[in-house]
Design a protein around this ligand. Structure first.
Ligand code: WTA
Length: 677
């Protein structure tokens, strides 16, 4: 654990002022799905785990479960044991009777003059079946197989995910912005024989070659011993191919060509056990290797559906837009699975929020009549900076808005509330993680007042607890930060790190467990890796990671992943990555390098390091600055003092460094980074 985050965030917490609360507008309360405060009693610990029956009842089961929670493999929790279901049936087939003609997705291309694409539930049903036939009959995909999907925000992405779900296959969607190399590592970790991509997509007004990453991914996977047998290529434009790379004749196939053989195919859904894995979602941790978080079918879907209904307040008549990327967990739970389970209409947007200008999101919302809007603080900060008065120019009326993924500054929250939401939209600040499948903390929008900068209380059925490093509870109302944990399991929680149960137990459950043999869930608090404070009203304020993860614009990057990419550059002897505060992105990585003997500091080396990061991880991981130093500040035992470097980068005082092995380099670096005082 790095001390830099805990120490400074705790200090922030002490000086944190209570914010004024805002009550939800009466027009929102009048129509809300959840106005009954007794939900917190029904989901109290006394009624745990039976309370989650309410969420399971939102689904259609082929066979009802007999045991709500099986803890015999603690801390692997099996929810709804004995139950059988198919996720694509729950998201598509079962809605045909009432909603056949309703839009499931409305796709907005980035170019404003291209037409929208509307997929009704019937059309989605047809296309999911056809794609399932392609995967099954052309690629031999069957239940339990993993399929990696590296695609941009197009309707073919959820179609491919649901086609996998129909077959009981496990999808692993890799965010489109990740490099081919990063995708290849994930292909290899999951052992995927099939990779589904797209030739190209629009981003910031340019048509980007995406298929080239597939070749790189296949190469990386091969080096790691995994042979990709089929690369399926969707096309951004019918009958056109917008990539410079060639199609490998036996390996690469255009999906469009394969689909011609399966026109109107109907693929019987494979009924799967509730605990069958639905997908893997890779995320960064403390080591260089990303973790494949494995999510279940029944538990995950019920939690995504329940939270979408109660917290997102989605009704069948709403027009819901979550402006995240499906390549992240937010997109899985709150663009695809939650909304579809509720038969909602969900908007998909291909491009970036600021293209061609910062009015774009508001034009889309106005045009489509969006009334539920969901995005991240980074986007809110960007839109506020680029066009503070822009929302006022459009006829937009949100009843509900979400912020997710990072802490939101109270002044940014107030802009969102007053300028975007016109003081009428209920805002939920939803705190959760890739691992948790759905929300952990949030206000219930028609029940609780909102407090800018705070996520709110634990969700119904989620019972948070803050521990200090020695495992003592820090009670609510204590102005001291600690480790944010959850006392109890919940159905949305991931099941394991794919292929590495030991790492799963060690990272998330061992820290505050006192009896490793216990089969009682009470002995296994879940450790989030975040620092938090709880105010006396029970609202949680999340302060940031206590581990080696940097949250850049709401995306998790492991410092070790970045450091490994730096070390690939020949001249680099040592690398240390620290988070630095950024006005728009929240945090950004800043890099310190020490060179091997004989090499001189140069711009060329800095550029090589940035390039290496782009190739290994992707452009999202670009550092804000690269500093080449004569030596790293180190302890006498030779450990790099990242805390000291982080203080320097953030313009803070470094404190007492006299016990370091080389205190003099601290002053040298300070002069370089902060300028001579
Ligand atoms: C952070 C995103 C403050 C937190 C859904 C967490 C937040 C990490 C919030 C997970 C929030 C998420 N307020 N911080 N409302 N939501 N975080 O896995 O540090 O991409 O551990 O999941 O984002 O990021 P992930």
């Amino acid at each position: 654990m790095t001390d830099q985050t805990t120490v400074t965030e705790a200090q922030i917490a002490v000086h944190w002022q209570e914010e004024e609360k805002f009550h939800p507008h009466h027009s929102f309360i009048a129509q809300a799905n959840m106005t009954d405060e007794s939900i917190y009693t029904r989901f109290g610990l006394d009624n745990f785990p039976d309370c989650y029956r309410e969420y399971a009842d939102l689904l259609t089961w082929d066979k009802l479960w007999h045991t709500i929670l099986d803890t015999s493999e603690a801390p692997t929790w099996t929810w709804f044991k004995g139950g059988m279901l198919n996720v694509s049936v729950n998201c598509v087939d079962r809605h045909l009777a009432l909603h056949r003609n309703k839009a499931a997705f409305i796709w907005v291309p980035e170019l404003e003059d291209e037409p929208l694409v509307t997929l009704t539930y019937q059309e989605l049903y047809a296309r999911v079946n056809e794609m399932a036939a392609v995967l099954r009959d052309e690629c031999g995909v069957k239940s339990g197989d993993r399929v990696t999907i590296h695609m941009p925000m197009v309707p073919e992405l959820p179609i491919t995910m649901l086609a996998c779900a129909r077959l009981g296959a496990v999808h692993s969607v890799v965010f489109g912005g990740f490099s081919g190399h990063a995708c290849g590592q994930r292909v290899s970790d999951s052992g995927s024989k099939v990779l589904v991509v797209m030739d190209a997509y629009y981003r910031n007004g340019g048509l980007i070659d995406h298929k080239e990453k597939a070749d790189e991914a296949v190469k990386t996977a091969k080096e790691e011993g995994v042979n990709v047998e089929h690369v399926l290529v969707w096309q951004r434009y019918k009958d056109q191919y917008h990539s410079q790379t060639k199609m490998h004749s036996s390996r690469d196939h255009f999906v469009a060509d394969l689909l011609t053989k399966h026109r109107s195919a109907i693929v019987p859904p494979v009924s799967m056990p509730a605990e069958a894995p639905l997908f893997l979602m890779y995320t960064s941790g403390t080591t260089g290797r990303p973790k494949g978080c494995q999510h279940s079918s029944g538990g995950y879907l019920s939690y995504a559906a329940g939270t979408s209904k109660f917290v997102q307040d989605i009704h069948p008549t709403d027009v819901y837009w979550c402006m995240a990327d499906i390549g992240w967990i937010t997109g899985h739970s709150y663009i695809v699975y939650g909304p579809l389970a509720l038969a909602a209409t969900s908007i998909l947007y291909e491009g970036v929020p600021g293209y061609p200008d910062s009015g774009r999101p508001w034009r889309i919302a106005e045009r489509l009549g969006v009334n539920i809007f969901h995005t991240a603080p980074t986007t809110i900060r960007m839109l506020r900076k680029a066009g503070p008065d822009e929302p006022l120019k459009y006829n937009i009326h949100f009843k509900h808005m979400t912020t997710v993924g990072e802490p939101i500054e109270p002044e940014v929250w107030r802009w969102y509330y007053f300028t975007v939401g016109k003081g009428k939209a209920a805002i939920v600040d939803t705190y959760w993680q890739t691992e948790t499948g759905g929300f952990l903390c949030s206000t219930m929008p028609a029940i609780h007042p909102m407090k800018p900068g705070s996520a709110g209380p634990g969700m119904p059925g989620i019972h948070p607890i803050i521990f200090d490093d020695d495992g003592h509870e820090i009670p609510a109302g204590t102005p001291k930060a600690g480790n944010m944990c959850i006392r109890n399991p919940w159905p949305g929680a991931f099941q394991t790190i794919y292929g590495d149960r030991d790492r799963f137990v060690k990272t998330y459950y061992a820290k505050f467990n006192k009896d490793p043999k216990s089969k009682d869930w009470r002995d296994w608090p879940y450790f989030t890796g975040d620092a938090a404070v709880a105010a006396s009203d029970g609202y949680y304020r999340i302060l940031g990671r206590v581990d080696d993860v940097i949250n850049v614009a709401g995306h998790r990057l492991g410092t070790k992943e970045l450091e490994s990419a730096c070390l690939l550059v020949e001249e680099v002897a040592e690398a240390a990555v620290v988070p630095v505060n950024d006005e728009i992105k929240g945090k950004m990585p800043e890099i310190y390098l020490a060179l091997k003997p004989g090499y001189k500091k140069s711009k060329a080396i800095e550029d090589k390091v940035v390039k290496s990061i782009e190739v290994s991880i992707g452009k999202i991981a670009r550092p804000r600055h690269v500093w080449i130093v004569s030596d790293m500040p180190k302890t006498r035992s030779g450990k790099i003092m990242r805390r000291v470097l982080a203080s320097l980068s953030n313009g803070r005082d470094v404190g007492d460094v006299t016990t370091l092995a080389n205190p003099e380099v601290v002053e040298e670096i300070r002069q370089m980074v902060q300028g001579a005082k």
